[in-house]
Structures are given as structure tokens and as C-alpha cells.
Design a protein around this ligand. Structure first.
Ligand code: ATP
Length: 253
């Protein structure tokens, strides 16, 4: 479980996050959603320690990460898997080498053990027979899968996914979403996904926090979000006229 308690963050005189508290439980997909520029990335960077919080606490399973020194934080970071926007694979490494990379950096595994673990993770995400290709020789959807394989290679307790659907067609997006969901349930991970994608919200949003103006504006799940009356959430979820019409049908039935 990851908890944030009353966190605030400013850059210079500009306050970006205001007194945010939330709990992200294991074995469920936790989404951080909201319009552009509202503070989702800053919040996530505070959680993983890329930004320091000004006030409040970030806690990983009773360990107060925000008050730890560098070395203790490093240990927790090794329990975190990250799927970056755009996958962020190393261009000059093969598919297999990309997945082996964290194991080489952070474990004492032999080359053979690293290879076996990487192949297991690639197989888990449905990438078989592509070990020796370069990332550029694979599709965008495959690159996301390879990114997920790399993110889970260290058997993380916590998984962060930054806009896992960016640049993917709707069908591939749903496959990636479902893969994230399956892996989360299977390994009982605490997964946090930042997304703008409404399909993801509906498909995998076990727990959703909506960030608006740097505040936790709304919290609920994918069933509750459909019927909420919160104006800002409604404007976000039902942004297009088509979706607005759909909402009035839903609410009136
Ligand atoms: N390092 C920084 N220094 C100063 N201001 C920053 C910094 N990082 C982010 N901000 C500001 O914080 C605000 C929130 O940005 P953030 O990137 O968290 O938005 P977001 O909700 O993730 O948006 P998007 O969905 O477009 O990625 C923005 O006004 C941004 O300019």
C-alpha cells in the first residue's frame, strides 16, 4: 500500500499541490486522472521521490519514504517498477537486453539467470521470439509490452505507469490496460496509472482520484464516476457532445 498524507508542493511562489491525501491499495489498479496541467505528474513525482514534498508524508507500507535518506530510498526504489510514457526503451539494446537491464543494475544474478528471468517476463506479456530485435523493429504496442516486462523484471511491489495508452489505437490500448490489470491482480501489486484515457478509466479504474487545480477533487471507482454529479469530473469524463448525450441517456434511465 502507498499512502500520501496531506502533501503540498510549490515551485517558487506557485503552489501546485494542495493538501492531498490518498491511499493506494495493493491488488487494485489506482488511477490518477485529470485535465492537463492540474498536477498529476507533480503528484506522482512526489510519490516516487523525484520531487520533495514541502509538507506531508509519502508512505510505502508503513515506511515513511518522504523522510528517508538516499540509501533507504534506493531500497524502496528497487521495489518500484516504472512504465514510462513512450516506453523509454534503450534504442541500442535488444528487446531481451532491455528487460535484463534492471537485473544487471540492481541484482547479483548471473547472466543466465538474468536471461531466464527476462524471457519469463517477456513471455508473461506475450512477447515471444523477439529477443534479438531492436525496439525500433517492433510496434508501439509491443514496445509498451516490453516496457511492462522491464517494469516487472525485478518483481516489484509497486508499479507506476505514466499514460500507458499514449500513441496506441483503442484496441491495443485495451489490451495493454488489461495486461496491467492482470499483472496487478496476479502479483498483488500496488499499481498507480496516470491517464487521460476514458476507456482506461472505465475498463480498469478500481480506484480513481481526480486531480483538479492541484487538489484531490473527487475519489471513487469506475462505476461511481459514470453517475457522479461533480461538475468538473462530469466535464472531464463527458467532454464531447457525443459523451454528454450518452450521459443524459444513462442518467435518465
Ligand atoms: N519542475 C517544475 N517547475 C515548475 N513548475 C512545474 C514543474 N513541473 C510542473 N510544473 C507546473 O505544475 C503544474 C502541473 O503540472 P503537471 O505536469 O503535474 O500537470 P499534469 O496534470 O500532469 O498535466 P499533463 O496531463 O499535461 O501531463 C503545471 O502548471 C506545470 O507548469
Amino acid at each position: 500500500m502507498i499512502e500520501v498524507k496531506h502533501i503540498s508542493k510549490s515551485f517558487g511562489d506557485t503552489q501546485i499541490l494542495f493538501d492531498i491525501s490518498a491511499q493506494f491499495n495493493p491488488g487494485q489498479v489506482n488511477l490518477i486522472i485529470g485535465a492537463s496541467g492540474q498536477g498529476k505528474s507533480v503528484l506522482t513525482k512526489c510519490i516516487v521521490g523525484l520531487h520533495e514534498v514541502d509538507e506531508g508524508k509519502v508512505i510505502y507500507d508503513d515506511r515513511v519514504f518522504s523522510e528517508m535518506g538516499r540509501n533507504d530510498r534506493k531500497l524502496i526504489r528497487q521495489e518500484i517498477g516504472m512504465l514510462f510514457q513512450g516506453s523509454a526503451l534503450f534504442d541500442s539494446l535488444t528487446v531481451l537486453e532491455n528487460v535484463m537491464f534492471p537485473l544487471k543494475m540492481f541484482t547479483k544474478m548471473s547472466k543466465q539467470e538474468r536471461k531466464e528471468r527476462a524471457q519469463f517476463c517477456l513471455e508473461r506479456v506475450g512477447i515471444v521470439g523477439k529477443d534479438d530485435l531492436l525496439p525500433a523493429e517492433t510496434s508501439g504496442g509491443m514496445q509498451k509490452r516490453i516496457g511492462i516486462a522491464r517494469a516487472i523484471s525485478m518483481n516489484p511491489k509497486y508499479l507506476f505507469c505514466d499514460e500507458p495508452n499514449s500513441g496506441l489505437d483503442p484496441k491495443t490500448s485495451i489490451l495493454i490496460d488489461n495486461l496491467i490489470k492482470e499483472i496487478t491482480y496476479e502479483y498483488n501489486m500496488t499499481t498507480i496509472v496516470i491517464t487521460h484515457d476514458m476507456n482506461s478509466v472505465m475498463e480498469i479504474g478500481d480506484h480513481i482520484i481526480f486531480i483538479n487545480q492541484g487538489r484531490k477533487w473527487w475519489e471513487g471507482n469506475n462505476k461511481e464516476i459514470i453517475r457522479t454529479d461533480n461538475k468538473e469530473v462530469v466535464d472531464f469524463v463527458y467532454a464531447s457532445t457525443f459523451m454528454k448525450n450518452l450521459r443524459s441517456k444513462l442518467v435518465n434511465n
